[in-house]
Design a binder for this molecule. Structure first.
Ligand code: XBP
Ligand code: MG
Length: 257
């Protein structure tokens, strides 16, 4: 039996519900600043989430939902500049405290730190977005709690490609059996399972109907004492909120099966 050594966290949708009221309005602000009339509604954004990565998502939007858009200049440069402006808006929103952590996240991270487990982030989003969320929603010094913050363009292919998880584990010198991943989406679990990781899922409004085949468990949220989760797939072994004890048990069960 391999002992659990590290927790690897996705960010968007997992640590916080960032997409609908964070990334989406930040994109819309950037479009308006640039004089574009593009407006991503919550419904359209749900479809655009099929593609991870903000720059990739803008390109997907143009290819699939705004084919009539014509631009004489360098389209790659336009997308890069829109995305840069979007990051400024998004990190400002985080600094204003617009997006809290999901219930249970702070408690679990503190418990893991106290137990001496190693922590890392493996995400598609831009590195500044991760540090802004951790700093403003978790603790001002909390970026240092994470041994590796693997994010954005550091790997050539974003989730569902497993590269970002492999990158984080390589930096930590860890094997997939020594780790467990926390995710919220189909693309996320494809990446984590693709890297050989046991994966715990908490869904959100955009991902509740996703396919989570291969998950150690699927929950509606991480749960808190007095705020129990609902199990959507798998067995919570008598627990009603996610504790380190349950994480260890799920890790062990995964190795037996
Ligand atoms: C997150 C994403 C990101 C964010 C936007 O996916 O898909 O693209 O929506 O971030 P995951 P950027 O949670 O699976 O990592 O605009 O910074 O790319
Ligand atoms: Mg996610």
């Amino acid at each position: 039996m391999t002992v659990l050594q590290a927790l690897l966290f996705d960010v968007d949708g997992t640590l916080a519900d960032t997409e609908r009221d964070g990334h989406r309005p930040a994109f819309n602000h950037a479009f308006a600043d640039a004089g574009l009339d593009w407006d991503w509604s919550p419904e359209l954004y749900g479809e655009l989430l099929a593609v991870t990565g903000g720059k990739e998502r803008i390109r997907f939007y143009l290819d699939k939902y705004n084919r009539g858009f014509r631009y004489d200049g360098d389209l790659d440069a336009l997308i890069a500049s829109l995305h840069k402006a979007k990051t400024v808006h998004y990190t400002r929103m985080l600094a204003e405290g617009a997006i809290p952590l999901r219930p249970g996240v702070r408690r679990l991270i503190l418990e893991a730190r106290a137990a001496g487990l190693r922590l890392a982030v493996a995400t598609t989003t831009t590195p500044e977005n991760v540090t802004a969320l951790l700093k403003h929603a978790l603790h001002p010094e909390s970026t240092a709690w994470f041994e590796v913050i693997a994010a954005g363009d550091v790997v050539p292919a974003k989730k569902p490609d497993p590269a970002i998880y492999r990158y984080a584990m390589e930096k930590m010198g860890l094997d997939p059996l020594q780790c467990i991943a926390f995710e919220d989406s189909h693309n996320g679990i494809l990446a984590s399972r693709g890297a050989g990781l046991a994966t715990i899922i908490a869904v959100n409004g955009y991902t509740q109907d996703d396919d989570f085949e291969g998950a150690a468990i699927v929950l509606d949220h991480w749960g808190e004492p007095g705020q129990p989760f609902t199990v959507r797939q798998g067995d919570a072994l008598g627990h009603d909120h996610l504790t380190l004890d349950l994480v260890r048990k799920l890790h062990a069960v995964g190795q037996d099966s």
